[in-house]
Design a protein around this ligand. Structure first.
Ligand SMILES: Nc1nc2c(ncn2[C@@H]2O[C@H](COP(=O)(O)OP(=O)(O)OP(=O)(O)O)[C@@H](O)[C@H]2O)c(=O)[nH]1
Ligand SMILES: [Mg+2]
Length: 217
């Protein structure tokens, strides 16, 4: 009983801070995108491919969250994009407070699109709002097409689902059509983007959606 009460308090404190982050982003006309997936589904590779395609016309920055290391932020910084690494030290998701601290260190006036690559985890990241105006997730083909049934919260709390690593489809029993109809059934408004950041297939549809979000917001 006590445990439930404490959890509720933590969540509401986090939600309040997330709302502050959102207001700060809105005020500075920055579109924040929370990027979630299990470890290794291809978040950083997708961001690198997205940056290459958009960097001539969109001012981007990335907050990277991992339990340890600066590997992902170093990859983004090598593309000439502002990158901040958060190390959660064991926590399986970032929270609004960590993002607030990172926002303090970024020149928000010089950013249009801010990606927040969350810790690789398909469970707890979906529970914690961070203040980003859009949330997306990746499910890679090697993970299997049954994941929406096993991790429903993640699939129902995002605006877009990227089906990543579609270059593996010929080697896999992943049923793309079945997966798409399952996810659309659970989350009717969701946009689905099958793509391969390795071959570039599907990347144009994804970046077009991102640019449309930037115009809309
Ligand atoms: N074949 C193929 N491999 C990919 C694709 N995207 C990513 N990978 C590979 O998948 C591995 C993991 O990719 P990352 O981009 O590091 O994945 P991540 O989700 O950022 O991983 P974490 O940050 O550790 O959770 C790397 O070896 C990538 O080269 C893809 O579209 N096709
Ligand atoms: Mg990564």
């Amino acid at each position: 009983m006590m445990k439930v009460t404490v959890l509720q308090n933590i969540m509401s404190a986090n939600d309040q801070l997330a709302e502050k982050n959102r207001i700060l982003l809105d005020k500075n006309k920055v579109l924040g995108v929370n990027v979630m997936s299990s470890p290794g589904a291809g978040k950083t590779t997708l961001l690198l491919g997205t940056i290459k395609r958009l960097k001539d016309r969109v001012k981007m920055a990335v907050i990277e969250a991992d339990i340890a290391s600066t590997i992902d932020a170093d990859k983004i910084a090598a593309e000439g994009i502002p990158a901040l690494q958060i190390n959660t030290g064991g926590q399986c998701h970032i929270d609004a407070n960590m993002v607030a601290n990172a926002l303090d260190k970024l020149a928000l006036k010089d950013i249009d699109l801010l990606f927040v690559e969350n810790v690789g985890n398909l469970i707890c990241t979906a529970d914690f709002r961070i203040g980003a105006q859009r949330s997306i997730m990746l499910l890679s083909v090697p993970e299997g097409d049954d994941k929406p049934f096993k991790y429903p919260l993640m699939f129902t709390t995002v605006e877009a689902v990227i089906i990543s690593k579609i270059d593996y489809l010929p080697l896999s029993d992943f049923n793309l059509e079945k997966f798409k109809s399952t996810v659309s059934g659970m989350n009717p408004k969701v946009k689905l983007f099958p793509l391969s950041a390795k071959t570039g297939e599907g990347m144009a549809e994804w970046t077009a959606w991102l640019e449309a979000q930037l115009k809309e917001f």
